[in-house]
Design a protein around this ligand. Structure first.
Ligand code: HEM
Length: 463
């Protein structure tokens, strides 16, 4: 019994479930993670200690405490994402400190509004191509899995915005190789000592093969771009041509490769999940869908949306904001305290792992009335003004806020508007969809839907 006793820690004074000896709360958490965590918040409050055997993490839910970590005292908290470094190297998601800051400065211009406006044409075109594919496949009677469709679409969009459309089928090859490598990557994240990574399992081999194809292709593209010196207006050109304002230095090939892989990973699955959830929610709320259709038809009158239309598609944006509240793709992320600190009156020793969960904060009953209810009206200017800004954080905030937030919001509004001009989407009868909290919050087992043509096939390209 003495051997099984967990070592003491100053975090023991923080309220939280005790769990079992050795394994702590793992077995209970494993069974139903989201329900378990929501319940833990209801029982233990805003700062919760979670025992994982000898390891303890602290989950912080109150917007004020989250703001302390992400913004007010952010310098005392590092990300601690070493486990993703074998794949993403020193890319923007996983880098830290001065190096991260330099990279962020170099990359920010690629996400300024004129660039997003330029990428929006790629977004529109790729969505139209998807609709053409749907039309060809129509009449089969089989439902389409919206998760798969949205993944495919956002993947095409991120690859083309990174490398331009004119690399043709190389784009598809890179996309597929990326996907092959990534589908296995989550195993590495849970592998305790890196041991699983080294075994010659089929998954590991696929990962290595995928990664080596990606690396070869990406290094070739970088080389071609350096030689031509041409600015193609895509993300790769931004990375190759970026120069630090203070030092005049550019990025090494390896750094550009890390940033390209990071963008691919961070830039498509998140948006795809959020769109899939939006379709799911709309199918269950015909009143919301009707208002959305009225806005889209009213603003666009049957033509393709352009970037300038987005600010007028206000309700479309409110619907997406609310989907991101209920099902934030980045449902949980982590920080590590560098020096000892205090949060909400609780001691946080140096080295403590902190968990921040948009999923939980977005359901905090002090800030959201009837939090489980889908209600885009929460994001009307009036209601938004009555709520602390930090109660909503699908993209995080502070210095490490998602660099792709406006990219994703633009993409989502365009995709919703373009699809809804032509189709309404109905959930396949009997389909049961539940959130699965992996690296992102996925609708499981997918979102099977039937397309209902709206008979507005006169939608024409913007002139
Ligand atoms: C709905 C879609 C998206 C969601 C919900 C989302 C969410 C987030 C969140 C919560 C973070 C902070 C993570 C942390 O601090 O640990 C983050 C960071 C990041 N995201 Fe996104 N993201 C989305 C789309 C995108 C897109 C489209 C791109 C790129 C085109 C992108 C690129 C990044 C990058 C590079 C970072 C790291 C930024 C830094 O640390 O400087 N994301 N994202």
């Amino acid at each position: 019994v003495i051997l099984l006793k967990q070592p003491e820690s100053p975090t023991d004074s923080i309220p939280g479930p005790r769990g079992y000896p050795v394994v702590g709360i793992l077995p209970d958490l494993w069974k139903a993670p989201l329900g378990y965590l929501v319940n833990a918040r209801n029982v233990y409050g805003d700062v919760i200690r979670l025992n994982f055997g000898s390891n303890r993490l602290v989950l912080i839910v109150h917007p004020d405490h989250v703001k302390y970590v992400l913004q007010d005292n952010n310098r005392n908290f590092r990300k601690g994402y070493e486990r993703v470094q074998p794949l993403l190297g020193n890319g923007l998601v996983s880098s830290e400190g001065d190096f991260w800051m330099r990279q962020r400065r170099l990359m920010q211009p690629a996400f300024h509004q004129p660039m997003i406006a330029a990428y929006s044409q790629t977004m529109t075109l790729a969505t139209q191509e998807m609709l053409e594919r749907w039309q060809m496949a129509a009449g089969g009677g089989e439902p389409l899995d919206m998760l798969k469709e949205m993944m495919r679409l956002t993947q095409v969009i991120i690859v083309r915005t990174m490398f331009s459309s004119d690399i043709g089928d190389r784009a598809d090859r890179i996309g597929e190789a990326f996907q092959a490598a990534l589908s296995h990557f989550s195993v590495f994240l849970i592998s305790p000592s890196g041991l699983l990574d080294k075994l010659p399992t089929p998954g590991n081999l696929r990962y290595r093969q995928g990664l080596s194809t990606v690396d070869n292709e990406v290094y070739r593209l970088i080389e071609e771009r350096r030689v031509s010196g041409e600015d193609k207006g895509d993300l790769l050109s931004r990375l190759v041509l970026a120069r630090d304002e203070e030092t005049g230095e550019g990025m090494s090939d390896r750094q550009i490769r890390d940033e390209v892989l990071t963008m691919f990973l961070a830039g498509h699955e998140t948006t795809a999940n959020a769109l899939a959830w939006t379709w799911y929610l709309l199918a269950q709320h015909p009143d919301v869908e009707a208002r959305l259709l009225a806005e889209i038809d009213g603003v666009l009158a049957g033509r393709m949306p352009a970037f300038e239309d987005i600010s007028n598609l206000r309700y479309t944006r409110m619907v997406f904001d609310e989907a991101l509240r209920l099902y934030p793709p980045a449902w949980m992320f982590a920080r590590v305290a560098i020096e000892a600190d205090e949060i909400g009156g609780h001691p946080i020793p140096a080295g403590t792992g902190l968990m921040i969960s948009p999923y939980l904060t977005h359901r905090h009953p002090d800030f959201w009335v009837d939090p489980e209810r889908f209600d885009p009206e929460r994001f009307s200017p009036e209601q938004s003004a009555q709520r602390p800004r930090h109660a909503y954080m699908p993209f995080s905030y502070g210095p490490r806020v998602c660099i792709g937030n406006n990219f994703a919001l633009t993409e989502a509004v365009l995709v919703l508007a373009i699809v809804l001009q032509r189709y309404r989407l109905e959930l396949a009868p009997g389909a049961k969809v539940t959130p699965q909290p992996l690296a992102t919050l996925k609708p499981r087992p997918g979102v099977p839907m039937h397309l209902k043509s709206r008979g507005l096939n006169s939608v024409s390209a913007a002139d």
